[in-house]
Design a protein around this ligand. Structure first.
Ligand code: SF4
Length: 390
């Protein structure tokens, strides 16, 4: 479904007894929003230097990840890959290593593939138009609209979790962001904002910023809101009731058993397969199952006697991974058929999921994860778009 199609099929569901909600932000509200954003925008690194490449990198990172976690990772990533050419020419493992701590590694693979396509098909310049941007790997309506409107001023709408919430409250629309009806309605409204704005990029970023800093999911600060005069939810006295909450995600529980083997300052790591969770990332040897495996079974799998060190749960968007961390019980080490003995000081050069860092720490290796792997992660309900497991 294209953005244009989405924008032409809007509908809304209003709370019982409420007056009809406004069809879109009126012009004065958009102007107030633009003025507020220009005066109150946070100083974020991707706002200092506006370029298609910087916007593509930052918007990709901001999907599923909190701003404060992205800032450090973005600066390090741009230092390592300052241009589209630099990113396109880098080996995948280097790109994944630079993505550590952000999770959802599929985004990194898509960004890498997009850089290659930009070099191959667009002379190394990030396209300006949303339609062309959407032909790049991993670039959906949101990212295409953000790059096109914010960097180039095109009249393209954007809808992420923040924008959906702001629009829902302003119009008094309860349709959830996960329902087709809610998504169609929000893209329709965002399209009207982009059409009615003097500066569509400023209006778009203003909605995002308002949702991130003032019109927050819990306890919105309506007294500081530049568009409170036009807000239906505020008038009803129940802003937090909009939009309707997303249905709870049922997480599957799986049991993974990891062996942390350290020998002469090296730790045994293996690379995951090409598909599924954390594809092609590195980890200590791991036995995966739906149930906790008895120690004898693990010893048979690894070929040595082991002892249990620690246990913890790692939560991803779709599952709870219940880890049991083991270590060799004696001096005998696993052979590590497909593994690699990596010096402890060089583990950071390998792309590891946050869970693998937690396993290494639980196994008392003394390794330190990169700084971006230790901060808070965006809660699933505030995510901009569904990507893949973290
Ligand atoms: S008035 Fe309150 S609920 Fe309405 S948009 Fe502003 S912060 Fe959100």
């Amino acid at each position: 479904v294209t953005v244009r199609n989405l924008a032409s099929k809007g509908s809304s569901r209003r709370p019982a007894g409420a007056e009809p909600a406004p069809a879109a932000l009126p012009g004065p509200a958009i102007e107030a929003l633009e003025r507020w954003f220009l005066a109150h925008a946070r100083d974020l690194p991707w706002r200092r230097l506006r370029s298609g490449y910087a916007a593509l990198v930052s918007e990709t990172m901001l999907q599923q990840t909190q701003v404060q976690r992205v800032v450090g990772a973005y600066l390090a990533f741009m230092e390592r890959f300052p241009t589209v050419d630099a990113l396109a020419g880098a080996p995948e493992q280097e790109v994944l290593a630079a993505w550590q701590g952000l999770g959802y590694y599929r985004r990194a693979r898509h960004l890498h593939a997009a850089a290659k396509a930009i070099v191959r098909d667009h002379g190394g310049r990030v396209p300006e138009g949303a339609e062309v941007l959407r032909t790049l790997p991993g670039v959906g309506p949101y990212t295409a609209g953000a790059v096109s409107s914010i960097v180039h001023g095109h009249r393209e709408p954007i809808v992420d979790g923040n924008v959906h919430r702001v629009l829902s409250r302003l119009a008094g629309c309860t349709a959830s962001a996960t329902s087709a009806e809610g998504r169609l309605w929000a893209w329709d409204q965002a399209g009207k904002v982009a059409q009615g704005a003097d500066r569509p990029g400023v209006a778009n970023e203003g909605m995002m910023e308002l949702g991130a800093t003032v019109c927050t999911p819990a306890s919105p600060r309506c007294g500081e809101c530049p568009v409170a005069t036009w807000c239906r939810a505020r008038a009803l006295g129940t802003p937090e009731a909009f939009p309707a909450p997303k249905p709870r995600v049922e997480r599957r529980t799986v049991h993974w058993h990891a062996l942390v083997a350290v020998h002469e300052g090296r730790v045994l790591l293996e690379q995951r397969g090409d598909r599924g969770l954390w594809a092609r990332l590195w980890q200590p040897p791991t036995v995966e199952g739906d149930q906790r495996a008895p120690r004898e079974e693990l010893e048979q799998a690894w070929g040595i006697a082991v002892r249990e060190c620690a246990a913890f749960d790692h939560i991803t968007s779709h599952r709870t991974v219940r880890f049991l961390v083991c270590a060799p019980a004696g001096s005998e080490m696993p052979r590590g058929r497909d593994g690699r003995w990596v010096p402890l000081a060089q583990v950071g050069d390998y792309p590891l999921a946050n869970a693998a860092w937690r396993v290494l720490q639980a196994g008392e290796t003394g390794v330190t994860p990169p700084p971006s792997a230790s901060g808070p992660r965006r809660a699933p309900r505030a995510a901009r778009s569904a990507a893949t497991d973290s």
